[in-house]
Ligand binder design. Structure first.
Ligand code: PMV
Length: 355
């Protein structure tokens, strides 16, 4: 009968890199030129929820994002679907009398419905959460036996940064050596509880779409920036060791110093690209100067900042007290309804807004 439907749902938060991934050595397989480290956000904020369904009544693979149908024809979606289908296993629901055999998955079509719990137009990275969630929910539906690291290598082919969203806490994406990408995957460094004093605040500087996509930006940097070569070969390997230490020891001073330096170097690589890429704006620069001044006046870092391929600031406060102060100061320097009005998303602790 064509009447049955089997479904699976998953929820995946986005992640923010503290040692940045910038540059691919293989564009199709999405293999990076250096390792990276990120922190996965709390699932109650900036996350994607995806429901996938399979039925003999479905005539083609289809996907909806926030209720609007989008095309699945892109190479990255197709890579993920192909990799997952090739690993699909038998699925049986005895109660409903449904049995899907391994070989059936090649012929069956899926419908995918995905929702972001944050405004898609806010210019906040959504591909990491989205592709990780797509892979995870399909793996659940098709009963894959792969562990999260093995699934991360599939999510990587959807969007590089997505591989790091298969785990919570702090996560390392190992660049790997293989030409086929089998060892380019994510591993968890520490669980979310390990450093739960940290509070992450995202200051939305601009809700505009970025002008240079990460894909074309990376390509131009790999082709033209000598700083990128130096960074990948000499700087990041040493920083990875130090960052892993800082995270394991919950050493905020070292963590903040490395996080800020790595964000600044990533944006320096963008400037070193021909033609140069500008992701930050005047407001981003003002936030950096302000945090630097504050950290220096305290004698040790209280807040770390990091910026991805856009002007929005991701601020990591060492604890709740600092985060509350930071919010007050942001509101003071960027008053609501002024031309530098910020929209803050407090991640990790909602109650802080009401202190
Ligand atoms: O995975 P992509 O193509 O969205 O690239 C992400 C690049 C940065 O966000 C700038 C850095 C990172 O490591 O997430």
């Amino acid at each position: 009968s064509k009447k049955w439907v089997v479904m699976a749902t998953a929820q995946t938060p986005t992640n923010i890199a503290v040692i940045k991934y910038w540059g691919k050595r293989d564009e199709t397989l999405i293999l990076p030129v250096n390792d990276s480290i990120s922190v996965t956000l709390d699932p109650s904020h900036l996350c994607t929820t995806t429901t996938v369904a399979v039925s003999p009544g479905f005539e083609q693979d289809r996907m909806w994002l926030n209720g609007k149908e989008i095309s699945l024809s892109g190479g990255r979606f197709q890579s993920c679907l192909r990799e997952i289908r090739s690993r699909a296993c038998d699925v049986e629901d005895k109660e409903k009398g449904i049995k899907i055999e391994k070989k059936d998955w090649e012929k069956l079509h899926v419908h995918i419905a995905s929702y972001n719990n944050f405004p898609t137009a806010a210019g906040l990275a959504s591909s990491a959460a989205g592709l990780a969630c797509l892979v995870f929910s399909l793996a659940k539906l098709m009963n894959l036996k792969e562990n999260p690291s093995q699934l991360s290598a599939i999510a990587r082919q959807g969007s590089g940064s997505a591989c790091r969203s298969l785990f919570g806490g702090f996560v390392k994406w190992i660049m790997g050596k293989d030409e086929n990408g089998s060892d380019s995957l994510a591993v968890q460094l520490v669980e979310e509880e390990h450093w739960n004093e940290l509070v992450i605040i995202i200051a939305v500087v601009s809700a505009r779409q970025k002008e240079t996509s990460s894909t074309s930006g990376m390509r131009e940097s790999v082709e033209t920036s000598l700083l990128l070569q130096h960074r990948a070969k000499e700087i990041v390997p040493k920083r990875m060791v130090k960052m892993e230490e800082a995270i394991k020891n919950r050493d905020f001073s070292s963590f903040a110093q490395l996080t800020c330096a790595d964000s600044n170097q990533f944006h320096a690589v963008c400037l070193d690209t021909s033609p140069p890429i500008f992701y930050m704006n005047d407001t981003s620069h003002r936030i950096i100067s302000y945090v630097e001044k504050w950290n220096r006046s305290e004698g040790s870092p209280q807040v770390a900042y990091t910026f991805d391929a856009g002007p929005n600031a991701v601020l990591i406060a060492r604890n709740r007290q600092v985060a509350a102060q930071l919010l007050q100061r942001l509101l003071f320097f960027f008053p609501p309804n002024s031309d530098t009005d910020l929209n803050s998303y407090v991640l990790g602790d909602k109650s802080i807004l009401h202190d």
